[in-house]
Design a binder for this molecule. Structure first.
Ligand code: FES
Ligand code: FES
Length: 284
C-alpha cells in the first residue's frame, strides 16, 4: 500500500511537468534567446517577405513616366520644285504645307479655291499628271516631278478649253466659286471615260461603245458640290463637250467675231472668270 502511493505520486508529477512544458507562456521564450521559437521564426519570415516585396510595391505605386511632349517646332522649310501649268516653281515649303496652300499662298495661283479644306466639296480639284485630286488633302512635297494643272492651265494660248467654253454656253455657273474645281473635274472625267474607266452606275462594264449617260455624268461629278445649284447646266455642258457640241478653239479667242468676250457672244464678258478662276465680284 505504501509502495502504491509512492508510484501514484511520481506519476502525477510527471503529468504536471509535461503539461507545464506544453503550455509554457510566450513571454517565457524571451528568456531563452538560444532556443528559436515558432513565433520568432514567423516574425523573421514576415520581415524577409516585406523587404523582398518592397521594390515591387514601390514600382506599382509609382506613377508611370509621362511620354515626352510633342515638339511644337515645325520642320524647317526646304525648296520644293513643282511643275504647275507647264512652268517650274521652286518654293520654300514646310513638309506639312498642302498642295492647295502651296498653289494659292506660295505660287500665287488663286484660281484654285478653298471651300471646306476637308476633301468634301471639290472646290480645290486640280489635275496631277491628268488625274483629278483634291489639293486640300495632299501635301505639296508629294507632287514633285508631277505635272500639276490648275484652272489657269486649262486654256492654251488665250483660247479657252472646250469645257470652259461649254460652261459659258450652257450657263453652268452663277457665283463661280466651285467652277475651277468643276472644270478640272469635268476635264478629267472625259479623259477617264475615254480610257474605259467605269463608275458605280455603269450597267455593263463590257458594253462597247460605252455610253456616257446623264446619270454617268452626275455620278462622276458627284465629288464637286455647287452651292448655287447649277448642276443641270453643268451636266449639259459636260454632255455638250462629250458629244462634240462645243465651239471650236479658234472661235473662242477673245476679240474674234462671236468669240467669248466679243460683243454679242454667248456668256459675254465671263471668259476671264473661267480662265483665271476669278469672278467679277469675288477675287479669291
Ligand atoms: S476645299 Fe478641298 S475638297 Fe473642299
Ligand atoms: S456656281 Fe456658285 S457654288 Fe457653284
Amino acid at each position: 500500500m505504501h509502495r502504491l502511493s509512492a508510484l501514484t505520486f511520481h506519476r502525477s508529477q510527471q503529468i504536471v511537468m509535461s503539461t507545464q512544458n506544453e503550455c509554457q507562456h510566450p513571454e517565457d521564450e524571451a528568456a531563452l534567446p538560444q532556443q528559436p521559437s515558432r513565433r520568432r521564426f514567423l516574425q523573421s519570415a514576415a520581415a524577409a517577405a516585406t523587404v523582398g516585396a518592397a521594390p515591387h510595391l514601390r514600382a506599382q505605386t509609382q506613377t508611370p513616366a509621362a511620354p515626352p511632349a510633342p515638339s511644337n517646332q515645325a520642320a524647317p522649310p526646304r525648296p520644293v520644285t513643282l511643275t504647275i501649268n507647264g512652268r517650274a516653281y521652286t518654293l520654300q515649303l514646310e513638309p506639312r504645307v498642302t498642295l492647295l496652300d502651296a498653289l494659292r499662298e506660295y505660287a500665287g495661283l488663286m484660281g484654285t479655291k478653298k471651300g471646306c479644306d476637308r476633301g468634301q466639296c471639290g472646290a480645290c480639284t486640280v489635275l496631277a499628271d491628268g488625274r483629278r485630286i483634291n489639293s486640300c488633302l495632299t501635301l505639296a512635297v508629294m507632287h514633285e516631278g508631277e505635272n500639276i494643272t490648275t484652272v489657269e492651265g486649262l486654256a492654251t494660248n488665250d483660247a479657252l478649253s472646250p469645257m470652259q467654253r461649254a460652261f459659258i454656253e450652257h450657263d453652268a455657273f452663277q457665283c463661280g466659286y466651285c467652277t475651277p474645281g468643276q472644270l478640272c473635274s469635268a476635264t478629267a472625267l472625259l479623259n477617264e471615260f475615254r480610257n474605259g474607266a467605269a463608275s458605280t452606275v455603269t450597267a455593263d462594264v463590257r458594253a462597247r461603245p460605252a455610253q456616257l449617260s446623264d446619270d454617268e455624268i452626275r455620278e462622276r461629278m458627284s465629288g464637286n458640290l455647287c452651292r448655287c445649284g447649277a448642276y443641270a447646266n453643268i451636266v449639259a455642258a459636260v454632255r455638250a463637250v462629250h458629244d462634240g457640241g462645243s465651239q471650236s478653239g479658234s472661235a473662242a479667242v477673245e476679240g474674234a467675231p462671236g468669240a467669248i468676250g466679243a460683243p454679242g457672244a454667248i456668256g459675254n464678258g465671263r471668259g476671264d472668270e473661267l480662265r483665271n478662276g476669278h469672278t467679277n465680284h469675288r477675287t479669291a
